[in-house]
Design a protein around this ligand. Structure first.
Ligand SMILES: Cc1cc2nc3c(=O)[nH]c(=O)nc-3n(C[C@H](O)[C@H](O)[C@H](O)COP(=O)(O)OP(=O)(O)OC[C@H]3O[C@@H](n4cnc5c(N)ncnc54)[C@H](O)[C@@H]3O)c2cc1C
Length: 301
């Protein structure tokens, strides 16, 4: 269908992209029913293929033709990728577990309340009903809540290919904007979240509820060990990846005041500057958010 051309255009379509109505480029669609089948397809097709999970980020990219895979591999019919395995020490969450399922799980809310708090910032109910935890981590948006949470909580992900599986720490997963260390033939299959955190919180600034954050912070605290002060502060929406605020963590561990910690956080980032907010605004926002988080963690002097 054409915009403004000879063909009729129903009222609900938009004319956003030149003359053409926004539609994806043609692609083939595969719907494997086992992980092995999906991995075989990825190994054979390489760069030509892309996995699709909830489609909440990928489908808009297809529609705008920012992504043009020749083949989509739908992960939605692979039972092994869905569900939560609970142990005393961790949650093992299948990559295809829907964000809304995690949000509504009362046991998870009791054991890891910050996960529910983070999910409630992710878009709207409709988006979380389709969107998956693995899709959010694999998409690696620097303003997204779940990658920042994974980094703050020392989560790891399991990654699989036909060659086998490997475990990747969240700290090594996010390489740049919308870029992870996953190879084209690899799938993120599982997220392991340790439950050792005594307290954790998330705060963010966004223009409207459900929008991506203009600046956000996740904080977490657990008992110190000889080589780890047990404090995590992670900023999101302020750089090209979620970013550990290590100077601020050290200031907090040393008993610094909320103001000192916030200043250390603001000094430790190189904020992005775009049409949504400039760098100075994001730095000020981060400073205010870190003050709030330090208070919520109960560790600031
Ligand atoms: C209006 C709107 C508002 C939104 N607001 C927010 C927000 O505030 N915060 C936020 O965090 N997100 C937001 N999102 C994005 C949403 O959270 C998505 O669910 C998420 O980013 C992607 O998850 P998905 O399951 O939909 O993945 P998809 O869109 O299906 O995939 C995203 C990318 O990850 C790859 N991928 C998916 N699964 C895997 C896997 N298992 N292994 C390897 N690669 C994989 C895909 O190939 C693709 O490149 C919003 C989306 C919309 C449409």
């Amino acid at each position: 269908m054409r915009c403004g051309g000879r063909a009729a255009r129903p009222a609900w379509t938009g004319c956003w992209w030149g003359e053409d109505v926004v539609k994806p480029a043609p692609f083939r669609y595969l719907r494997p029913t086992s992980l092995d089948e999906a991995l075989d397809a990825l190994a054979t097709l390489g760069d030509e293929a892309k996995p699709i999970a909830g489609g909440q980020s990928l489908v808009p990219m297809l529609n705008f033709r920012l992504a043009r895979p020749g083949v989509l591999i739908d992960l939605g019919r692979i039972p092994a990728l869905t569900g939560v395995h609970r142990t005393d020490g961790s949650l093992r969450i299948g990559a295809m577990t829907r964000q809304r399922v995690l949000e509504l799980d009362q046991d998870i809310a009791d054991r890891l309340p910050v996960l529910r708090a983070a999910l409630r910032h992710v878009g709207h109910v409709q988006i979380r009903t389709r969107g998956t935890i693995g899709g959010s981590l694999a998409h690696a948006d620097a303003a997204a809540e779940l990658p920042a949470l994974a980094l703050a909580l020392d989560a790891t992900v399991e990654v699989a290919s036909v060659a086998g599986t490997r475990t990747v720490a969240a700290a090594d997963l996010f390489l740049g904007p919308w870029t992870t260390c996953l190879a084209p033939d690899e799938l993120l299959t599982r997220v392991d979240v340790p439950l050792a955190w005594q307290r954790a919180a998330i705060v963010e600034l966004a223009r409207r509820h459900g929008d991506f954050a203009l600046a956000g912070v996740v904080g977490a605290r657990r008992p110190a060990t000889t080589d780890d002060a047990g404090i995590r502060l992670v900023g999101f929406g302020v750089g090209w990846t979620p970013v550990r605020l290590t100077e601020a963590e050290a200031a907090l561990a040393a008993g610094g005041s909320a103001e000192v910690v916030a200043d250390a956080a603001a000094a430790g980032i190189d904020p992005i500057d775009d049409i949504h907010a400039d760098a100075a605004w994001r730095r000020d926002g981060l400073r205010a958010l870190v003050t709030r988080i330090a208070d919520q963690l109960g560790v600031a002097a």
